[in-house]
Design a protein around this ligand. Structure first.
Ligand code: FES
Length: 261
């Protein structure tokens, strides 16, 4: 069920340049079904009518708390970044399908690949898989050292963690495709990825024949609930180019090969 609620802000901390970690408390946490669903935030400013979609990074139903991590890209989220504990934020959600972890895992192995601000929802995913005794390998890519986030959190919920940066200022220099090429991707029961379009293409090109490879797509959104078609992506198998899927409603997670990246 999609709810709208004025959630209580528990914390709102700057964790790296332009990136903030906000903890929220509210009843709608009880309706979260899995990692990479998202919340649609209303910026508390009369001239900002469009909500901002932000992925859920972690959640705790017992305490009705969840964490979102967002990067300030414009005035809207800059305003949200100035909000303080004790204030309330108008939130709609949970929205989207989230990652499917109800697959068979005969090898008990999953591969998670994240890039930049796409990494936060993967923490919750890694945690959920680890709690099912699935061995998790995490490959993360960032632009540079100052952009690296969540290393400690991923370390706690993975068996192997590797980080690359574009400029080599932290971890190895390169991109996650380089790290994938050093692994037998097909030996993992499932592959999950979230990040920028270029990174998703690199993942998709290396998992085209994998039966359980998933990507989480980003899109500009308006309504966030399937009504306005602002967020469509094209269906890969459709030669007419006419068929589309809505990222907010039918995604943001799709199987590799299902939609055009
Ligand atoms: Fe309106 Fe997706 S944002 S249909």
């Amino acid at each position: 069920m999609i709810l709208q609620e004025d959630m209580l802000i528990l914390s709102n901390e700057n964790i790296s340049p332009r990136v903030y970690r906000m903890a929220l408390k509210g009843e709608l946490v009880l309706d979260i079904t899995g990692p990479d669903q998202f919340l649609h935030l209303r910026v508390p400013s009369p001239d900002k009518v469009l909500r901002r979609p932000i992925s859920i990074s972690e959640y705790d139903k017992e305490n009705k708390c969840c964490v979102i991590i967002y990067r300030v890209e414009g005035d809207g989220l800059a305003t949200v970044s100035q909000m303080t504990p004790g204030q309330r934020l108008d939130v709609m959600g949970p929205l989207g399908n989230g990652f499917d972890i109800s697959l068979p895992f005969p090898q008990k192995k999953a591969l998670i690949i994240g890039g930049g601000i796409g990494t936060p929802p993967l923490v919750g995913l890694a945690e959920a898989l680890t709690s099912q005794s699935i061995s998790v390998t995490v490959l993360l890519g960032f632009a540079q050292k100052s952009a690296v986030i969540l290393e400690r959190e991923f370390s706690a919920v993975s068996d192997k963690l590797e980080i690359v940066t574009d400029d080599g200022s932290y971890g190895r220099q390169g991109n996650v495709g380089l790290l994938m090429d050093e692994l037998d991707v097909m030996s993992y029961d499932a592959v999950y990825a979230c990040g920028a379009t270029g990174m998703l293409r690199a993942v998709a090109s290396r998992t085209a024949t994998h039966p359980n490879a998933y990507i989480s797509m980003e899109a500009r959104m308006a309504c966030g609930m399937g009504a306005c078609y602002a967020c469509v992506v094209h269906v890969a198998a459709d030669e007419t180019g006419q068929k589309s899927l809505k990222v907010c409603d039918e995604g943001p997670v799709f199987k590799v090969g299902e939609v055009v990246i």
